[in-house]
Design a protein around this ligand. Structure first.
Ligand SMILES: CC(C)(COP(=O)(O)OP(=O)(O)OC[C@H]1O[C@@H](n2cnc3c(N)ncnc32)[C@H](O)[C@@H]1OP(=O)(O)O)[C@@H](O)C(=O)NCCC(=O)NCCS
Length: 179
């Protein structure tokens, strides 16, 4: 399997990121979000949003994973957006998606490790939200040493209300390789 390279995302990556984003939602959230919501996801809409986000020079970071020059996954991270967390002492993994054709080859693990390393340089604690029914995602994060911190919330978008649970990790001790 060719090597995976992780690098900072650029505005001209927006179309590839949007494609991975939509494909990973459709494969990963089938049965968790309504079929019509997943079918209506639009790569062009996402591309525009990602382009804007990649142009913003705020504290958030997007990292992409490339294999043979093609983007196969990405992670977005930065300061925690939660109001109940300790001021500016916490970081958050906002989104982590790998193209379904590349699942289970360690790409997610490499991206998560890169995001946590970056967050750990600035924030001692890292948190993230995941759909409560997302068994694959929860297993993945738990394997990396994240644990549910007891918080939950409703994730809402038109036609959808589902539960999310929050995980926390002390960034300094993340495990990037499973025993
Ligand atoms: C969750 C997600 C990011 C994981 O990405 P991934 O690239 O498949 O992650 P990894 O390959 O590092 O790890 C996934 C599994 O593959 C296993 N694996 C990793 N490398 C492997 C290899 N070389 N051979 C066999 N299995 C391997 C891991 O041990 C892990 O096993 P598990 O499912 O039993 O826990 C991906 O499935 C995804 O995009 N899902 C949809 C969106 C989502 O749920 N995102 C997270 C919540 S926001």
């Amino acid at each position: 399997m060719p090597e995976v390279v992780v690098r900072a995302g650029r505005p001209d990556d927006a179309a590839s990121i949007a494609r991975v984003h939509v494909r990973a939602w459709q494969a990963g959230y089938a049965g968790m979000l309504p079929d019509d919501v997943l079918a209506a996801l639009d790569v062009d809409e996402r591309r525009a949003a990602w382009e804007q986000r990649l142009r913003d020079t705020d504290e958030a970071t997007v990292l992409v994973a490339e294999r043979t020059g093609e983007i196969i996954g990405f992670v977005a991270c930065g300061p925690s957006r939660d109001e109940d967390t300790a001021g500016d002492a916490e970081g958050e993994v906002y989104a982590l998606y790998v193209d379904p054709d590349g699942w289970r080859h360690g790409v997610g693990r490499v991206l998560l490790a890169a995001a946590v390393e970056r967050l750990a340089a600035r924030w001692p604690v890292v948190r993230l939200w995941v759909l409560a029914d997302n068994a694959r995602g929860r297993r993945f994060y738990e394997a990396a040493g994240f644990v549910p911190d007891g918080s939950s919330r409703a994730y809402r978008r038109p036609g959808v209300t589902v539960d999310e649970v929050r995980y926390g990790h002390r960034a300094g001790i993340i495990r990037t390789n499973r025993p």
